[in-house]
Design a protein. Structure first.
Length: 117
């Protein structure tokens, strides 16, 4: 059975866009999980909502905890996901160093073709 998980666009606090300490909160809750990450045991942790598309089955919504982009754990409810993230370790540890992604995202420029008559 084939399964595809789609998370949409990466949030601003995703490590794909670099790491900025302004996106780090002390803990995640139902009001800030879409825009903030946390640090536990010196690991950068954030949550994304996704949709699992299952061939010959019913699609479902999941919530996934991403830990340093290496590990991920999915849950059926946001509350379970937030609890797991906040309780991942009992201390924050040292914050990871800030970095930028090393590339720039810019607009695609399209210009109208001049019609010659």
């Amino acid at each position: 059975m084939a399964k595809i998980t789609f998370y949409g666009l990466c949030p601003a606090h995703s490590l794909k866009y670099g790491l900025n300490h302004k996106y780090i909160a002390k803990e995640l809750n139902t009001n800030n999980w879409k825009k903030r990450a946390i640090v536990r045991n010196s690991k950068y942790i954030y949550i994304q909502k996704g949709r699992e598309y299952v061939k010959n089955g019913k699609d479902k919504i999941i919530f996934t905890v991403f830990i340093n982009e290496d590990d991920r754990y999915s849950f059926k409810t946001l509350e379970e996901c937030i609890d797991f993230a906040n309780l991942y370790h009992d201390s924050e540890g040292k914050y990871p160093a800030e970095f930028s992604p090393g590339w720039h995202i810019g607009p695609i420029m399209k210009f109208p073709k001049n019609s010659q008559k």
